[in-house]
Ligand binder design. Structure first.
Ligand code: SAM
Length: 274
């Protein structure tokens, strides 16, 4: 008798952040928050076994899904064959430009992202990565992130979680918590709890600085040296004591930069020379 060879079990790769979402109610919350409909274009990073992809396709939106792990080809091929509104691109999302994916203005990024990519991917999606301010095709990001990252995205100025990521994102977007997600919602179970956040991109920065480049430099200097006073952190980044005493006039000399809100950081950056 002809026996089929057994199908090898799929072994999730930790190096690719493969924790597949198995909780239907969490998948529903993501879809509800994204509120995609026919006419929308949605980028999904890491469709994996297609659980979220199927729900996105059911909204009628056009879905472009970028996946790196070729072992997932069989399942995604079937999905692609049955849904003309799905295009799967086999690539590393971090090496792929948004324009190469053909994303129109006003697209959305909706994904249970691999956690090793969280911060760089969010910054890139907002046009806020090291390439400088490149703009973004996205109007909304709905993302599953580590709970600790959600705390940073939602942090209040002066809190332990308020940092360079909070500042970069909150200048460019409004962030809200959609839901917290316990680790048991995934298979395999990850080592941390998670949360879904909805990030709505602003038409313009919340508090526009005179020079975005200098603002970024100031923010970096302050949060790279959190334990230093504001003046010492900026001195270490190259601004002179004289320049600083003028720019920081009116501020408590012992104040730490991390207590400043967006407006305070912008005022300071605008008062400093390049
Ligand atoms: N969307 C699926 C779900 O919710 O169950 C899978 C999510 S899993 C957390 C992350 C997915 O991202 C995996 O399928 C993984 O192979 C893929 N991935 C990891 N690194 C990637 C990269 N650099 N570019 C594209 N996909 C990547």
């Amino acid at each position: 008798m002809n026996q089929r060879p057994p199908v090898p079990a799929f072994r999730a790769k930790r190096s690719l952040g493969q924790n597949f979402l198995t909780d239907a109610s969490v998948l529903d919350r993501i879809i509800e928050a994204a509120a995609a409909e026919g006419g929308d274009t949605v980028l999904e990073v890491g469709p994996g076994k297609g659980a979220l992809t199927e729900r996105l396709l059911a909204t009628g939106a056009r879905v472009i899904a970028v996946e790196l792990d070729e072992r997932l080809r069989t399942g995604l091929r079937v999905l692609e064959a049955n849904h003309p509104n799905l295009k799967v691109v086999w690539a590393d999302v971090m090496g792929t430009s948004w324009s190469a994916l053909g994303l129109p203005e006003g697209a959305m990024l909706v994904a249970n992202i691999p956690y090793y990519l969280t911060s760089p991917l969010i910054l890139r999606a907002l046009g806020a990565d090291d390439a400088g301010d490149t703009g973004t095709p996205f109007r909304r990001l709905v993302l599953m992130v580590q709970e600790e990252v959600a705390d940073r995205l939602l942090a209040e100025p002066g809190s332990r979680q308020w940092g360079a990521l909070s500042v970069a994102v909150r200048q460019r977007a409004e962030v809200r918590l959609v839901c917290k997600v316990p680790r048991r919602a995934f298979k395999p179970v990850p080592g941390v709890d998670s949360a879904v956040v909805c990030i709505d991109v602003r038409a313009r920065w919340a508090v526009p600085p005179a020079s975005p480049v200098r603002f970024r430099r100031v923010v970096r200097a302050i949060f790279a040296q959190r334990r230093k006073t504001l003046r010492n952190a900026l001195k270490a980044a190259g601004w002179s004591a004289e320049v600083l005493s003028e720019a920081c006039a009116g501020l408590d000399p012992l104040v730490r930069g991390e207590t400043l809100d967006l407006a305070g950081l912008v005022r300071l950056a605008d008062a400093l020379p390049d």
